[in-house]
Design a protein around this ligand. Structure first.
Ligand code: AP5
Length: 220
């Protein structure tokens, strides 16, 4: 299964990607996570990406594309993968489809998580992330058992540097301009299902599985 998760900031892509990965045993390729990991390690790629991320802008296409295509060459993606946050532009989608077609492994499904802007702002201003095991929490919806501490590994939780309200609104604007066109792009290819993602996490997880089954039947 080769799955793309689309949706604005805060739609729950990362949350649902982790659930799908556990259910189907597929690796998650989260471009935001990869950029943040590089930034934390101080690599040249990470330092370049951080400037864009902290402004709420996208990292240039060629950087994102090269990074993802290299990752897709790794053997753990042979049985499939979950792309979280890639592609985000038509140019990225074309590069991805071209590379996958050349390898004879086209995309299976694109899931489009839909939420309103105010829900996004509420979720993201309340988000806390474990920098060690990457678990995601929320002060409004999913609190850790001990305040500020990861339930799983005991590490101290942090807010993301791009989760202040002004940057979130900028990210939503960039999403609408650059990524919204991909909804039609993938719809026309018969690959896309919309998911109303404003419901609680478990309900969205059920809707995700339903949408996926629907698409995979179509593919078969
Ligand atoms: P990235 O890290 O991918 O950020 P994003 O797309 O803005 O998405 P988020 O991670 O903010 O949200 P999410 O949808 O994953 O929600 P989550 O599950 O965490 O990218 C960051 C930056 O990297 C970009 O701005 C760009 O600069 C750069 N970048 C990345 N990819 C790029 C690319 N391809 N090209 C160029 N640049 C790129 O959930 C959010 C919160 O809500 C959590 O607290 C969670 O617990 C909670 N939550 C989740 N689901 C629910 C629910 N159903 N109900 C209540 N709360 C929920």
């Amino acid at each position: 299964m080769r799955i793309v998760l689309l949706g604005p900031p805060g739609a729950g892509k990362g949350t649902q990607a982790r659930r799908l990965s556990e259910r189907y045993g597929l690796p998650v390729i989260g471009t935001g996570d990869i950029f943040r990991d590089h930034a934390a390690r101080g690599t040249a790629l990470g330092l370049a990406a951080k400037e864009y991320m902290d402004r709420g802008d996208y990292v240039p296409d060629h950087i994102a594309v090269n990074m993802v295509l290299e990752r897709l060459d790794q053997p753990d993606t042979r049985e499939g993968f979950i792309l979280d946050g890639f592609p985000r532009t038509v140019a990225q989608a074309q590069a991805l489809e071209g590379a996958l077609a050349a390898g004879g492994r086209p995309l299976s499904a694109v899931l489009n998580f839909k939420i309103g802007d105010e829900v996004a702002v509420k979720r993201l201003t309340g988000r806390l992330v474990c920098p060690n095991c990457k678990r995601v929490y929320n002060l409004n919806f999913k609190r850790p058992r001990v305040e500020g501490i990861c339930d799983v590994c005991g590490h101290r939780l942090e807010a993301r540097s791009d989760d202040d309200e002004a940057t979130i609104r900028r990210r939503l604007l960039v999403y609408r301009k650059e990524t919204q066109p991909l909804v039609l792009y993938f719809w026309e290819r018969g690959l896309l299902r919309d998911i109303d993602a404003e419901a609680p996490e478990e309900v969205v997880a059920d809707r995700t599985i339903e949408a996926l089954s629907d698409l995979l039947d179509l593919e078969a």
